[in-house]
Design a protein. Structure first.
Length: 368
């Protein structure tokens, strides 16, 4: 964790150095400007740690305000950085081809700043527009009729996504009326809030055939015991290397590998729980990270974690790291993988070209 934090702060600090270098070039140089940029860079780079400290001190109001300020700025900075790099590349190509670049430093800074601000505004709006993605699967393994599953993932409930956001999620569930609700991890964020109050929102809605959940990495950041208590209080049956039958299908869930610590074992092995499952059962595997294990039997794996990149162009990085894209993928031997974009946000409270989603999966019998 210390190594991760050090690398993250180094990258974040470098982005500030790059952006504030653009400010320095766009305005007349002065000692006051240099001092202001240096202080702002230090404070803003370490502001996520300040949020963490305030939360640990139970300074809830100050932590919420600081979190919104810090992470909204983070979103703006990332957008500014990406757009400015494109302008820099354009300037470099123009120089290489002996064309005159039409923008001076001040004009380029203002243009990039306005574009980043516009993208930030759009991203704030897009993050609130939850879409329902529908997929249909036909199988001979379902005796008759059909069963519907709503997948929710990556809500990141906490300081920045609370009551109002959760009510929008539950309103969508009431609207689509699934038989089963499954939660594929990162339902809580790890930067705390009143989880008991949030659980009561879930208690107002009960799907006919039950609600099931697995842990994500953020359930461990928030504290495994607290997260499990929240999920169970919210009405979920938590599957930790366990299975359950509902609606003529078998649901199997595994822990996220981040549960693996010197003090506890992650429940990743499904061998025992699948011992009683036959080849005629339709198996839905709930697994937070979209990593496919060829030794684990399933017909459909439901995952999340990557947020569809959340902020363009991060989508290309997630594809590089995990080798998958969001949506439905056909795997070998007729198996299927569905990777949700998730409904919430992590870090910056924005989404850019990766709208939040709830997935409605209809599994139909071929014998229907």
């Amino acid at each position: 964790m210390l190594t991760f934090m050090s690398v993250a702060l180094l990258i974040y600090g470098s982005m500030h150095l790059y952006a504030f270098g653009k400010v320095w070039m766009a305005f007349p140089h002065s000692f006051g400007l240099a001092l202001a940029l240096m202080l702002a860079g230090i404070v803003l780079t370490f502001s996520p740690l300040l949020v963490w400290y305030m939360e640990r001190q139970s300074w809830h109001g100050a932590a919420v305000v600081t979190a919104w300020t810090s992470y909204t700025w983070m979103g703006f900075l990332f957008l500014f950085f990406c757009i400015s790099l494109v302008f820099d590349l354009g300037h470099a190509f123009a120089t290489l081809l002996h064309f005159k670049w039409p923008l001076n430093d001040a004009m380029a800074f203002r243009t990039v700043g306005l574009l980043a601000l516009a993208a930030l505004g759009y991203g704030l709006i897009e993050a609130r527009q939850i879409q329902v993605e529908e997929i249909k699967i036909t199988t001979p393994k379902l005796a008759s009729g059909c069963v519907t599953i709503a997948q929710i993932s990556d809500l990141h409930l906490g300081m920045m996504s609370g009551d109002a956001f959760l009510e929008r999620v539950i309103a969508k569930l009431r609207e689509i009326k699934p038989d089963i609700v499954v939660a594929t991890g990162d339902i809580v964020d790890g930067q705390g809030d009143d989880l008991d109050a949030l659980a009561r929102h879930f208690q107002t809605y009960t799907p006919p055939l039950g609600a099931y959940a697995v842990t994500g990495n953020h359930e461990y950041y928030a504290g495994l015991d607290n997260s499990l208590r929240f999920l169970r209080s919210a009405g979920f049956t938590v599957l930790r290397g366990e299975s359950a039958k509902a609606g003529g299908i078998v649901l199997v869930g595994v822990d996220d590998p981040s549960a693996q610590t010197p003090d506890q074992q992650a429940r990743l092995d499904t061998g025992k729980t699948l011992a009683a499952v036959t080849a005629n059962d339709f198996i839905v595997l709930l697994k937070h990270q979209p990593v496919v294990n060829s030794e684990t039997p399933f017909d459909l794996q439901l995952s999340g974690h990557i947020h569809g990149g959340q902020i363009f162009p991060f989508v290309y990085l997630t594809r590089l790291v995990y080798g998958v894209h969001t949506g439905l993928t056909k795997l070998a031997n007729g198996r299927l993988l569905y990777v949700s974009r998730g409904a919430g946000t992590w870090g910056p409270p924005i989404r850019l070209f990766a709208p939040p989603e709830i997935t409605l999966i209809t599994i139909e019998s071929k014998n229907k």
